[in-house]
Design a protein around this ligand. Sequence first.
Ligand SMILES: N=c1c2ncn([C@@H]3O[C@H](COP(=O)(O)OP(=O)(O)OP(=O)(O)O)[C@@H](O)[C@H]3O)c2ncn1[C@@H]1O[C@H](COP(=O)(O)O)[C@@H](O)[C@H]1O
Length: 103
Amino acid sequence: MDLTALEALVRARRDADPDQSYVARLRARGIRRIAQKVGEEAVETAIAAASGDRDGMVGEVADLIFHLAVLLDAHDLSFSQVMDELARREGVSGLDEKAARRS
Ligand SMILES: N=c1c2ncn([C@@H]3O[C@H](COP(=O)(O)OP(=O)(O)OP(=O)(O)O)[C@@H](O)[C@H]3O)c2ncn1[C@@H]1O[C@H](COP(=O)(O)O)[C@@H](O)[C@H]1O
């Protein structure tokens, strides 16, 4: 599974019956609920990382990426836009970028 396939999967399920589909149910509950789930999965990822739970991290990061896909889809955004933003940043040190923000 790559990010493009994940996006297609989410798009295919978003208008399904909420009784039959987690994606459709989450979508029906609205942006705030989707955003809350992203926050929860991010915290669960951080907890797994902080406790050195490498296997747990794989599952939590999967949950996080899945919920990010639902969140992006709900805003008509795509992972390719995120990747374009990362490409734009390529070659600029994070430390230099941070310093430029201060000046
Ligand atoms: N990759 C996923 C995926 N990852 C996580 N989840 C669901 O995300 C939910 C949230 O996980 P939590 O640990 O927070 O569980 P929870 O406390 O029961 O959740 P809430 O009650 O708080 O919503 C669980 O129900 C997981 O099953 C996923 N649900 C679906 N997919 C993919 O989406 C496809 C379509 O799914 P449906 O829309 O359900 O058909 C599936 O075939 C999968 O490929």
